[in-house]
Ligand binder design. Structure first.
Ligand code: SF4
Length: 537
């Protein structure tokens, strides 16, 4: 058994901000701080846009450290496009002030996380990668630590020669910094009744890094879009960021409260890249990296109470996202600092009030009514966004309807002919338009094959029922082609075979745990160190 003052589960920006702030604000007080991350190396499970609002570093890093952030560009030119179609888009003549990010650093959050990890270690934080924390330890109504998962279990469930047992880590305070839809976080929220006024709603974000020839693009140019290829009742939007003269990040986020089961998130991403507005930025480019992640975008009303005795939730797990700008890194950093200050003050429960005093939380409150109307129809969302901004969030003053259900419950049954029609919308492959499995290869994801499958189907019969009613949406919403039904030609024509699960492709985005209409996927932890190996996302 290991004992520590603070255990931080997850080494992303929120967890590392907590760790750095604990060390820097301790005023000479000796404090053991342990960070455990399930990724193979610092930042390897971290992916984001990312244009980083630097307000999050205030009080955490020195100006000199902020100046040394590993990004090659700052936003110099920005544009916003709406009414996107394959060949047309309307450039909004000015960038709405609430969306502007001129001068902000733009680049890889993986690299920024690596940088924060170096600072944390220099401050004396113990940071261990390759350890999945699989359960919390509770005694007498208080979280007193956590347990790591076993390693070296074969797919037959037997211990292998490299077996490592689970380890208990006792901590005076445990901080959950697992990111969006973290397993321990979700469990704690559900079991302790911590959910906010509304269920959390998520979006799946898919992103590529594309190399383009030198001299063709401007570093620091960014473009945002909303809508297409999302339909009118689904919140969706994309971005193009020129993070250096030869590298472009392109991403598309699609809300998981979508209703039509034929929708295929990866195909939507390809269609987005194929629009004239986006393709102009990717000319003669070649995709070199890929990834996907979960974005908790419900905002203010969906944020859970982030505290339970002995335990705090920081960052994406606490639903900390400005759901208009789809920005959360700065709020994640601020939440880490608020958690650290509460721990150092010897008053953990004060974390909630400290968090609510941050500028990031106030920002979330201002746009608290923006996300829900988008799920009714896009024009309502646009109106709500304008009103929220113009009135500093004062109007509408109370909670607007919408987003009452969880994301899986929104799915409608599959209508005849829709699958074939949707499949026709796919676009041809090319160097900047790889197919799904080529992209998965570029994510670097690896899982040892000789281990139990971490995606457990609770009831196989429900998968067959799902195929009849919804056409197995997991075979389309998974950005890594983990779920598959092969087509089988027979006497009665082509039918779809049984559900196959290629767990080794998994990108740990957790979409299947959220969007399966039967809640039939139990997402458990694979062996620590497995999963994506992002290096520049
Ligand atoms: Fe995401 Fe689930 Fe697919 Fe893994 S299997 S990539 S968690 S949807």
């Amino acid at each position: 058994m290991i004992e520590t003052d603070v255990l931080i589960v997850g080494g992303g920006p929120a967890g590392l901000a907590t760790a750095i702030a604990l060390k820097r604000k301790a005023n000479g007080k000796s404090l053991r701080v342990v960070v455990l991350d399930k990724g193979r190396s610092p930042g390897s499970h971290i992916l984001s846009g990312a244009i980083i609002d630097p307000s999050g570093f205030k009080g955490l890093l020195t100006d000199e450290e902020v100046a040394k952030l590993p990004v090659e560009a700052h936003v110099v030119k920005e544009s916003f496009r709406s009414i996107l179609t394959p060949g047309f888009s309307l450039k909004i003549p000015w960038v709405p002030p609430m969306m502007s990010s001129k001068g902000y650093p733009v680049g890889s959050l993986t690299k920024v996380t690596q940088y924060l990890a170096q600072i944390a270690v220099k401050e004396g934080v113990e940071f261990y990668t390759g350890y999945a924390v699989t359960s919390l330890v509770e005694e007498n109504g208080r979280i007193v630590g956590a347990r790591t998962g076993e390693k070296g279990i074969g797919k037959d469930g037997q211990k292998k020669s490299n077996y490592l047992p689970s380890e208990e880590i006792r901590a005076k305070t445990t901080v959950l910094a697992e990111g969006g839809a973290g397993i321990l976080t979700e469990r704690l929220i559900a079991e302790k009744g911590l959910q906010g006024e509304r269920a959390q709603t998520y979006a799946l974000g898919i992103k590529e890094l594309i190399e383009v020839p030198a001299g063709t693009q401007t570093a620091g140019e960014v473009m945002h879009t909303f809508g297409y290829p999302a339909d009118f009742t689904t919140y969706g939007g994309g971005f193009v960021y020129h993070v250096s003269e030869t590298q472009v990040m392109v991403g598309y986020a699609y809300a998981l409260d979508y209703r039509r089961p034929e929708m295929d998130t990866f195909r939507l991403f390809r269609r987005f890249k194929a629009t004239a507005a986006v393709a102009a930025h990717l000319k003669d480019g070649k995709t070199v990296a890929y990834g996907a992640k979960m974005i908790p975008e419900g905002g203010y009303y969906s944020a859970p109470k982030p505290y339970y005795p002995g335990c705090m939730i920081v960052g994406d797990g606490a639903g900390l996202l400005d759901s208009l700008r789809i920005k959360g890194v700065h709020i994640a950093l601020q939440s880490g600092m608020a958690a650290a200050e509460a721990i150092l003050a010897g008053d953990e429960a004060s974390y909630v009030t400290r968090l609510h005093a941050t500028s990031g939380w106030k920002e979330m409150k201002r746009v608290r009514n923006v996300r829900a109307p988008f799920s009714i129809a896009m024009p309502f969302g646009v109106m709500a966004a304008g009103l929220a901004w113009a009135t500093f969030g004062k109007f509408p003053c109370c909670r607007l309807p919408g987003l009452g259900k969880n994301d899986a419950e929104e799915l409608e049954e599959l209508k005849p002919g829709r699958l074939a029609r949707e499949a026709k919308n796919d676009v041809p492959s090319g160097p900047a338009m790889p197919d799904r499995l080529t992209d998965v290869f570029m994510s670097g994801t690896i899982h040892q094959e000789d281990q139990p499958c971490h995606l457990k189907i609770r009831d196989a019969a429900k998968c067959e029922e799902c195929e009849k009613r919804f056409g197995s949406p997991c075979t389309r919403f998974c950005a890594a082609e983990v779920y598959r039904r092969d087509e089988i030609a027979g006497e009665n024509g082509v039918t779809r075979g049984p559900l196959q699960i290629d767990f080794s492709n998994c990108l740990h985005c957790k979409t299947c745990a959220i969007k399966c209409p039967y809640g039939n996927v139990d997402w458990t932890f694979p062996q620590g160190g497995d999963g994506p190996r992002y290096t520049r996302m």
